[in-house]
Ligand binder design. Structure first.
Ligand code: SF4
Ligand code: MG
Length: 333
């Protein structure tokens, strides 16, 4: 049984012009101790999918799924009290902006203590020991001093370490990290990723890393979900994905990696942007940006073929880097 088992997740928001499907048809099945990545540009619905899983979206969001279980418990059937016990405890999440996720009015120690008190309990002394231990685990020097610090006294990297300490304070079995390094300096980014992977290995927790960066995916994940405009466009293990991307969007993301772009003066980028609520094209949502798009793509929304394990959302999934699309014949490759 998968630890987190989600099928057909959809999230709709009520807007003045009707319901907007921010996420549609996302499947993710994470086993114990696995490292997954959800990748896509901003606006791909990565955070919304995971916030929906955590039950952290505002009430205006309509979340539905064919299946949504954590360790066999149906998340959709839990009372909000039962759900709160899981969220932040067995399943926890860290966010992109550590500075704004910490409460500026309380010390680091108080904030960690609050998490432990809520989910694990214990005496004041035990909780204090645990907090010191956690700060040491996430590589904060001189925990006895830092525990008394306020968030503004910490650098971005230190704040993210504190957020990670809080997120692992209750021994989660699943940690979701939403772009945990995007707001940080490049050198710090690598350290934070290393820290997350080390903690994952030491504790055996499962990890879902949300990122827009294929480089991060290559260095961390074993399994990858690629999302575009709220749709899951393919799902593969990381080796197969890098060797044989099936969706043209994945191929485009990969070709923007510095090591793939070779010594071109400028890194290739994917022209255009992820369509928003008001400019969704008909047919395949990627068609305005896809080099293989045909008339058929502009008219008919693709569905994954039943026999495709990658569940590629494309009329012409790539095989060994070649697209069978009629437009591919004329496309520069
Ligand atoms: Fe490109 Fe067509 Fe596939 Fe969409 S369905 S990704 S437009 S080839
Ligand atoms: Mg996001």
């Amino acid at each position: 049984m998968a630890l987190l088992d989600i099928e057909g997740l959809s999230v709709r928001f009520k807007t003045s012009s009707g319901l907007f499907a921010a996420v549609e048809g996302v499947d993710i099945n994470v086993d114990r101790g696995e490292v997954w990545s959800i990748v896509g540009e901003s606006g791909s619905g990565k955070s919304v999918s995971m916030l929906a899983t955590m039950g952290l979206l505002p009430w205006t969001a309509q979340v539905t799924a064919d299946k949504m279980t954590f360790d066999g418990q149906d998340l959709q059937q839990l009372s909000s009290r039962q759900r709160r016990r899981i969220v932040g405890g067995e399943m926890s999440m860290i966010f992109q902006e550590p500075m704004s996720s910490l409460n500026p009015c309380f010390t680091v120690g108080t904030q960690i203590d609050e998490m432990i008190k809520q989910h694990l309990g214990g005496s004041r002394k035990e909780r204090h020991e645990r907090a010191l231990d956690l700060l040491a685990q996430v590589g904060i020097p001189d925990p006895a001093r830092r525990i008394k610090a306020y968030p503004h006294q910490l650098s971005g990297g230190m704040s993210q370490r504190v957020m990670i300490a809080m997120a692992i304070s209750c021994n989660p079995r699943l940690l979701i990290a939403d772009e945990p390094t995007t707001a940080l300096d490049v050198t710090i980014q690598a350290q934070i990723l290393e820290l997350l992977l080390r903690l994952q290995e030491d504790t055996g927790m499962a990890l879902i890393l949300i990122t827009h960066d294929m480089g991060v995916v290559a260095e961390t994940a074993k399994h990858v979900v690629v999302q575009y405009a709220g749709r899951q466009v393919e799902k593969q293990d990381v080796k197969s994905l890098f060797a044989n991307p099936r969706h043209p969007y994945t191929e485009a993301l990969l070709s923007a990696l510095p090591e793939r772009a070779g010594n071109q003066a400028r890194l290739p980028t994917i022209p255009g942007v992820v369509p928003g609520q008001h400019d969704r094209p008909s047919g395949c949502l990627f068609n305005p940006r896809c080099q293989y798009a045909t008339e058929h793509c502009r008219e008919v929304e693709p569905v994954p073929a039943a026999d495709d394990p990658a569940r590629t959302l494309c009329h012409y999934p790539l095989e060994d880097g070649i697209s069978p699309s009629p437009a591919a014949a004329g496309a520069a490759r």
